[in-house]
Design a protein around this ligand. Structure first.
Ligand code: CP
Length: 311
């Protein structure tokens, strides 16, 4: 497996196409460990990882934990609801106290954009961004890319429509950086109220889902992030579904072998109809499986895993 020069994974924006390729190739190489009868290799024996989650998570946290166990790292997960954050401890004090226990890596999810970058400046551990505000979710974009590459054999030249709540989406931002770096054609679609200012500099934006989906190789639906909304961004869930929801009839406008992706959790009947989410073109659960392989690759590359131990 190739050498990897970065100490942290803070975002896709700062990665070169070669480094994206290295992570995806490493994930491909490590994935077979998950199919072995004994899903455990001593590649990261003696390394300690802290998963520090200031926001709820099912997929990201669980897959980091599984990846850490498969690679034999020692790990612990801290959720802020049951930590001293509830007593007012700052992010920096929390991180410094955890670092006093000598971990090698901190995986952090935080509601503030830039929180992982702040820790990277103040901590000696490797820092991995597991989602920071509406900024980036790099491991999500990597697992999406792994899924697309696995199913289509390439990223270059694919037409990918990203549809939904663009305004609050770190998944969208990381995917736009990754897919455009790797030569895919991205089109974004949302109501005008859910488009972040300036995003059209990175990829074209349409407000018509039929136009976005037309001829697409892949359609990535984004969750309506109600928990981040402070005002009325759309009239009702029903109206949103009528104008921007992905139904089977709309998906039929894409290529006949289209892939349907969603990072989860889904709002069924709002951004995506169940017939599509559970339908033959959906790769939503493949994304979750690939999430373990991608997180194994990130842990392995940043912590200097042993290739002999994997073999
Ligand atoms: N896709 C994703 O980040 O899901 P979780 O919020 O459940 O981790």
């Amino acid at each position: 497996m190739k050498a990897y020069p970065h100490r942290h994974l803070l975002g896709i924006e700062e990665l070169s196409p070669e480094h994206v390729q290295t992570i995806l190739d490493t994930a491909d190489g490590l994935r077979e460990v998950l199919d072995r009868p004994i899903k455990k290799v001593p590649a990261l024996r003696g390394k300690t990882v802290v998963n520090l989650f200031y926001e709820p998570s099912t997929r990201t946290r669980a897959s980091f934990e599984v990846a850490e166990k498969v690679l034999s790292a020692d790990s612990l997960s801290i959720t802020t609801a049951t930590s001293s954050v509830q007593k007012g401890e700052t992010l920096l004090d929390t991180a410094r106290n955890l670092e006093a226990m000598n971990p090698d890596m901190i995986v952090i999810r935080h509601s503030s954009s830039g929180a992982p970058h702040f820790l990277a400046r103040h901590c000696r551990s490797a820092i991995v961004n597991a989602g920071d505000g509406a900024h980036e979710h790099p491991t999500q974009a990597l697992l999406d890319a792994l899924t697309l590459r696995q199913k289509k054999g390439r990223l270059k030249g694919l037409r990918v429509a990203i549809v939904g709540d663009l305004l609050h989406s770190r998944v969208m931002r990381s995917n736009v950086w990754l897919l455009t770096k790797m030569g895919a054609d991205v089109v974004l679609c949302a109501p005008p109220t859910l488009v972040p200012p300036g995003i059209e500099a990175l990829a074209p934006v349409t407000h018509r889902i039929d136009e976005a989906v037309e001829g697409a190789d892949a359609v990535m639906m984004l969750r309506i992030q109600r928990e981040r909304m402070t005002g009325g961004f759309y009239p009702s869930d029903r109206e949103y579904h009528l104008r921007f929801g992905l139904t089977a009839a709309r998906a039929a406008r894409a290529k006949k072998d289209v892939l349907i992706l969603h990072p989860g959790p889904m709002n069924r009947g709002v951004e995506i109809a169940s017939e599509v989410a559970d339908g033959p073109y959906s790769v939503i659960l493949d994304q979750v499986t690939n999430g373990v392989a991608v997180r194994m690759a990130v842990l392995y590359l940043l912590l200097g895993g042993s290739a002999e131990a994997v073999a």
